[in-house]
Design a protein around this ligand. Structure first.
Ligand SMILES: [Ca+2]
Ligand SMILES: [Ca+2]
Length: 284
């Protein structure tokens, strides 16, 4: 049974999970330290509850600051009604959460979300998705400020002879998620290519960078699809702006997601703080 089903999150828990999902893999250990309030190397039930409750209260404040506008996500339900506490701390709440267990949980959670996203597009349960659906999934994880143009491009895919009949597997779907997770090192690698190629990325450059930096093999069809949707000026290259718009999820101005962004901002702040603290103590 999937992790998602076991936990069966309520809306409030969902917000909490979205926050956990926004933590990059490189900061998993920092996140653990953030929960481990007494720094004894394990997370106790009470510590976990405190952090969850804090996130919940930040959400409530965020909602009232918007002048009573109804947001899409309700956060009034108790945070404690998900299965997550029992999952981690046992029925009696006496178990503790060790570092590796917590990190593995975050990994599983991120993996599980990618599976769920794929299943969403694979509505006939064929194990593969169409090129157009793959393009739409890419748009869903891109910079929402340009979504109109990207959606138009995705719509065109069914008319492209070299792409329209292609099917894409879960593995290919995951490889793109992997690129998003490694965006920072990938961008760095690409900026250094940029010095050579005037900052413009060819399809081969992208394949090479993905392979070297993330260990991900992008098929020709995948790269064609990425370029079709995100090469805005159709010069056959991706500028750094075009590249970032493709792989960096940006929420824009949507009211439904600002509450999530707020919590994400809080976590980012914590992570920054815990990084600074760890630098100060150099024991991280
Ligand atoms: Ca502790
Ligand atoms: Ca271009």
């Amino acid at each position: 049974m999937s992790l998602w089903r076991i936990l069966h999150p309520s809306t409030a828990m969902y917000i909490f999970f979205v926050t956990l999902l926004s933590i990059p893999e490189s900061s998993f250990s920092a996140a653990f330290k953030m929960f481990d309030l007494d720094h004894n190397g394990k997370i106790e039930l009470e510590e976990f509850k405190k952090v969850m409750t804090l996130m919940q209260s930040i959400n409530r404040q965020g909602a009232s600051h918007r002048g009573g506008l109804r947001i899409g996500l309700k956060v009034s339900k108790s945070m404690e009604d998900g299965g997550i506490l029992e999952y981690f701390f046992g029925k009696d709440g006496k178990r503790c959460l060790q570092h590796d267990e917590f990190v593995q949980f975050l990994r599983d959670l991120q993996d599980e979300i990618v599976n769920l996203e794929f299943a969403h597009y694979d509505h006939m349960a064929k194990g593969t998705i169409s090129a157009k659906d793959f393009a739409l999934s890419m748009v869903a994880s891109s910079d929402i400020n340009h979504i109109g143009k990207f959606l138009d491009r995705a719509e065109e895919v069914d008319g492209l002879p070299h792409l329209r009949d292609k099917r894409f597997s879960l593995e290919e779907f995951k490889s793109l998620a992997q690129l998003r997770k490694s965006l920072q090192p990938l961008s760095l690698a690409i900026f250094s290519y940029g010095r050579v190629n005037g900052g413009l990325l060819t399809k081969q450059d992208l394949q090479r960078a993905a392979h070297h930096v993330c260990g991900v093999k992008l098929s020709e069809s995948m790269v064609d699809l990425i370029f079709h949707v995100f090469d805005a000026n159709r010069d056959g290259r991706l500028s750094s702006e075009e590249f970032l718009r493709a792989l960096q999820r940006k929420e824009g101005d949507l009211r439904q997601v600002t509450t999530v962004t707020g919590v994400t901002g809080l976590v980012a702040c914590w992570l920054n703080c815990s990084r600074k603290c760890s630098l100060m103590h150099t024991s991280f």
